[in-house]
Design a binder for this molecule. Structure first.
Ligand code: ITT
Length: 196
């Protein structure tokens, strides 16, 4: 079944293709001719996830979904949150974002380093919107470890595997436990029910 993932993030695409498996043909925006960045002007994850899904639906008329994710760090009052992609610069620079996160956290010595990711997925299915959510609990490491994953994974230590950063673990770990995995599994389950 063909479905467009309204994302410009290759890491998200890889995870979704692996998670949804052979029943789905997960198509990138590029493959349907959308190469421009979609401006995320919303103030919440839900608003941004709707903006991305609607943009692709309006251009293609195809069933599609978008994910908007934020990393909420407790000692930073929930920052970077909805601004996670552009925390340090406008340019989606994963390394600069991690540098800024670690330096902001140095201003809070002795405070808990607990954090969580939250994802909101908007699915547009036959023109109607449906929403799915997931969270992933853990804490922020003092320094980077690992080369896998993307974004904040080198400094995110999941409660489900407290001895490693998520970037040190295989994609199968994220696809079992992560914020986006939970939301996408709920979406896949919903789609399965429509086929019956
Ligand atoms: P799209 O909007 O094109 O999907 P994006 O990278 O801009 O891609 P978001 O707007 O959802 O994605 O921004 C969330 C940021 O949070 C993203 O750039 C990463 O830095 C980070 N992020 C999202 N999911 C993550 C994950 O599973 N692991 C680590 N960091 C993640």
């Amino acid at each position: 079944m063909k479905i467009v993932f309204a994302t410009g993030n290759k890491g998200k695409l890889r995870e979704a293709a692996d998670l949804l498996g052979p029943d789905y043909e997960v198509v990138s925006m590029e493959e349907v001719g959308i190469v421009e960045d979609i401006e995320e002007t919303g103030e919440t994850l839900r608003e941004n996830s709707i903006i991305k899904a609607e943009y692709v639906y309006e251009k293609t008329g195809l069933n599609c979904f978008a994910d908007d994710t934020g990393l909420m760090v407790d000692c930073l009052d929930g920052a970077p949150g909805v601004h996670s992609a552009r925390y340090a610069t406008e340019g989606h620079d994963f390394n600069a974002n991690i540098d800024k996160l670690l330096s902001e956290m140095e201003k809070h010595p002795g405070e808990p380093r607990t954090a969580h990711f939250s994802s909101v997925v908007t699915l547009i299915w036959n023109g109607e919107k449906h929403f799915f959510e997931g969270t992933f609990n853990g804490r922020i490491a003092e320094r980077r470890a690992g080369n896998g994953g993307f974004g904040y994974d080198p400094v995110f230590i999941a409660d489900a595997c407290p001895d490693h950063s998520v970037a040190e673990l295989p994609i199968s770990f994220k696809n079992e436990h992560s914020h986006r995995a939970k939301a996408l599994k709920a979406m896949a389950e919903w789609i399965r029910k429509q086929d019956r």
